[in-house]
Design a protein around this ligand. Structure first.
Ligand code: NAI
Ligand code: MG
Length: 367
């Protein structure tokens, strides 16, 4: 039977960029014999409008049963005043939580053709290709106790707790070691073992997984603050980086700016491997629903297209086809077929979302 995909386009530019991805999925079926059983459903504001909830139980159960979920984006001004419990973001959070997607993969890849869009000098970023693995389901954003209470001095105290267990660290470390093996076999783990107990445990447990299960991978440890400096000073020294939820949030956003536009950044969130070896998986662009450009055909579909390339690689073991798709995107950018977010003053007219999709399909045909 064919591998199964659930597509959740969501809100704003989500459906616009997903339309291009669907054409690409069809291309792989028609031209490469790589057929998927594709279903489509609502999430976020679109689901709220139809059902009064940002994710129905039925859609949630469906997401649990497929090989991979592909999501566009959720949210928009129309939903800003909704009660917290039915806000569009809650649909996404529910998916991540109930699928237990603990490893968030954020590649920072700088195509040569876009090196001038980086916040850094061309030499430092051209050809950059690193992967940050952020722990996504635990740490200081979830640890108890938490809250704001009265303190003893008539003021208040705000509390969050950083808490990591052996199992939580080991499982995300395994995801990172697996990735390192598929890439250049190098992993750098970042924490602050110099000042945090959870950092000491993090370092020891990542080392344990290395020594017992992945001795062939080159493992280094770095304090996360030093890592932030190194990411900006000489990012090409890294291959795979693994870190906790908080540090990963900051480091992956910083790394994103090494590569240029938000419209180029894909992501994957992976959970435990199932019996067939496939991890629970959700693929989505890093960007949001971009209400400022929604409905105008201006959205860059590349982040969503590259998210599907990640699905090919990490859920369906189609690394060669993922390379093919990434190369097609790169050639389109090199040819100058670009949406407005990738244009500079004086450039000719920007391409539309559909024109970029057309160009990627043409480049695939020529591959
Ligand atoms: P955003 O990522 O939607 O937009 C930020 C800026 O980048 C805007 O100027 C937008 O036009 C531009 N941009 C984003 N994606 C682009 C693309 N593919 N092509 C060209 N330009 C692009 O973030 P913002 O404006 O903070 O949030 C807008 C809405 O999206 C909010 O409701 C927010 O809650 C939601 N959001 C949803 C996310 C998700 O679904 N994972 C992530 C971030 C925000
Ligand atoms: Mg962030």
């Amino acid at each position: 039977s064919n591998p199964t995909l659930l597509i959740l386009p969501g809100d704003g530019i989500g459906p616009e960029v997903m339309t291009e991805v669907r054409r690409i999925i069809d291309w792989f079926g028609d031209k490469r014999g790589l057929k998927f059983d594709v279903a489509e459903d609502l999430v976020g504001g679109a689901a709220y409008d139809a059902h009064g909830t940002p994710l129905t139980d039925k859609t949630m159960a469906h997401a649990q049963s497929v090989d991979a979920v592909l999501l566009g984006a959720v949210g928009g001004p129309k939903y800003d005043d909704l009660d917290f419990s039915v806000k569009p973001e809650r649909g996404l959070l529910r998916l991540r939580k109930e699928m237990d997607l603990y490893a968030n993969l954020r590649p920072a890849q700088c195509f040569d053709a876009l090196a001038d869009f980086s916040s850094l000098k061309r030499d430092i970023v051209a050809g950059l290709d690193i992967m940050i693995v952020r722990e996504l389901t635990s740490g200081i954003y979830f640890g108890e106790p938490r809250g704001i209470q009265a303190d003893n001095e008539g003021g208040r105290v705000g509390v969050n707790t950083q808490r990591y267990t052996t199992n939580e660290i080991r499982r995300v470390a395994r995801s990172a070691f697996e990735l390192a093996r598929r890439r250049s076999n190098r992993l750098c783990s970042m924490e602050k073992a110099n000042v945090m107990e959870s950092g000491i445990l993090w370092r020891e447990e990542v080392q344990w997984v290395h020594d017992n299960e992945y001795p062939d991978v080159e493992l280094t440890h770095m304090y996360a603050d030093a890592g932030a400096m190194q990411l900006v000073r000489a990012p090409k020294q890294f291959d795979v980086i693994v870190t906790d939820n908080l540090f990963g949030d900051l480091l992956s956003d910083a790394a994103a700016m090494l590569t240029g536009s938000l419209g180029m950044l894909p992501s994957a969130s992976l959970g435990a491997p199932a019996e067939n070896g496939r991890p629970k998986a959700l693929y989505e662009p890093v960007h949001g629903s971009a209400p400022d450009i929604a409905g105008q055909g201006k959205a860059n579909p590349c982040a969503c297209i590259l998210s599907f390339a990640m699905a090919l690689r990490y859920s369906f073991d189609q690394g060669t086809e993922a390379d093919r798709l990434e190369a097609a995107v790169e050639s389109v950018l090199r040819d100058g077929v670009r949406t407005a977010d990738l244009m500079q003053a004086g450039d000719r007219d920007p391409a539309s979302t559909t024109q970029v999709g057309d160009a990627v399909l043409k480049a695939l045909d020529a591959s």
